[in-house]
Design a binder for this molecule. Structure first.
Ligand code: PMP
Length: 295
C-alpha cells in the first residue's frame, strides 16, 4: 500500500492528495519510458528525520534528466525543502521517497515541450539488513552503454531490471546478478555489487552500471576505516574464489549475499568485511558515530 485517502504528494508546485492526483494518458513517459526518477531514504535519526544524501540524489536526478535531454529547471535546495514538507505532511520519518520527472503528451520521438515533477513518499521499515540473499547469474545483460545512458536513472531502463528480478524469483532465488555486454559482472537490477577476497573489497568500475550513491558511500567508509577497496572488472568465475559479497543500494542498504547460483561463500557473513561496512553504514544513515577496531 503506497498511499491512503489521507496521503499528500507534491505535484507541479502544489501539495495535493494522492487520490486527487491525475496524469495525462498521452504522456511520453507512459508510452516510451522517457522519464527520470530517484529512490531516496529518510531515517528517523538521533537528530530527527533526516534524508540520507539528499543533495547527491537530487543532483543525480538533474544529471539523469540532462543526460537524456529532458528539460530540468528545479533547484536542489528547493527540492530538498519540498521533500521534507512531503514527509512532514504525511507524518513520515522512516520513509522511501520517490521523485519522478515525467513528460507532457507527445507521441513523437522528440524532446517534450513541458515536464512535470511529482514527489511522493511512503513508510519504509527500519534498518533490517539481517536477511542474506541467494543470487543467481541472470540471463539478462545490463544495457549496452552505446544504446542508452546507463548512468542515468531513466524509467524505461527498469524493464531490463524487472525482467532480471522476475526471472530470478521464478527460478527460486531472491535476486539476480547481471553481467554486462562483455560478460563481466555489472550489478544487481536495483543495487551495486561488492565482493571480498583476501581482505580486499572489489566492485565493478563505472561504465556499465548505475553510479550508486550507496556504492560511493561504501567506498568512502572503506577509506575511513582503511579497508582496501578496488574498482576492477571481473568475470563471474572469479566469484567462485571470493570470500564474501554484498549488494548495496538505497533500498537494499547493505545486504549480505549467501550464495550465487547456490554456491555459498567460504566466509560466514558475520566474519566478513561486509558486516563491518553494514554496521558503519547503519550508523551513518542514523547519524550515529561509529567506532571499529580492526584487530
Ligand atoms: N543500480 C541500479 C540499477 C539501481 O536501480 C540502484 C538503485 N538506485 C542502484 C544500483 C543503487 O544506487 P543507489 O545506491 O544510489 O540507490
Amino acid at each position: 500500500m503506497y498511499y491512503t485517502k489521507d496521503t499528500t504528494l507534491f505535484l507541479n508546485g502544489k501539495f495535493i492528495k494522492a487520490v486527487d492526483a491525475t496524469t495525462d494518458l498521452y504522456s511520453q513517459t507512459l508510452h516510451y519510458g522517457y522519464g527520470v526518477f530517484e529512490g531516496i531514504r529518510a531515517y528517523n535519526t538521533a537528530n530527527g528525520t533526516k534524508i540520507y544524501k539528499a543533495v547527491e540524489h537530487f543532483e543525480r536526478l538533474r544529471n539523469s534528466a540532462e543526460s537524456v535531454n529532458i528539460p530540468f529547471q528545479y533547484d536542489t535546495d528547493e527540492l530538498i525543502r519540498v521533500t521534507y514538507q512531503v514527509l512532514k505532511k504525511n507524518n513520515l520519518s522512516d520513509a522511501y521517497i520517490r521523485p519522478l520527472v515525467y513528460c507532457s503528451p507527445n507521441m513523437s520521438l522528440t524532446q517534450p515541450k513541458e515536464v512535470f515533477l511529482m514527489i511522493c513518499a511512503w513508510e519504509w521499515g527500519k534498518y533490517l539488513g539481517d536477511k542474506l540473499l541467494k543470487l543467481c547469474l541472470s540471463s539478462y545483460q545490463r544495457p549496452n552503454p552505446n544504446s542508452v545512458k546507463v548512468e542515468a536513472k531513466v524509467t524505461g531502463h527498469y524493464v531490463n531490471s524487472i525482467l532480471a528480478t522476475s526471472e530470478a524469483k521464478v527460478r527460486g532465488y531472491d535476486e539476480a546478478l547481471m553481467l554486462d555486454m562483455n560478460g563481466t559482472v555489472a550489478e544487481a537490477p536495483g543495487a551495486n555489487f561488492f565482493f571480498e577476497k583476501d581482505n580486499v573489497l572489489y566492485t565493478p568500475p563505472l561504465g556499465h552500471i548505475l553510479p550508486g550513491i550507496t556504492r560511493q558511500a561504501v567506498i568512502n567508509i572503506c577509506r575511513e576505516l582503511e579497508i582496501p577497496v578496488k574498482e576492477k572488472s571481473f568475470k563471474p568465475e572469479e566469484l567462485e574464489e571470493a570470500d564474501s559479497a554484498f549488494l548495496c543500494g538505497t533500498a537494499a542498504e547493505i545486504a549480505g549475499v549467501e550464495s550465487i547460483d547456490a554456491k555459498p561463500f567460504r566466509k560466514s557473513w558475520s566474519e566478513s568485511i561486509g558486516v563491518v561496512i553494514q554496521e558503519a553504514y547503519k550508523c551513518q544513515v542514523l547519524d550515529k558515530s561509529f567506532s571499529h577496531v580492526i584487530i
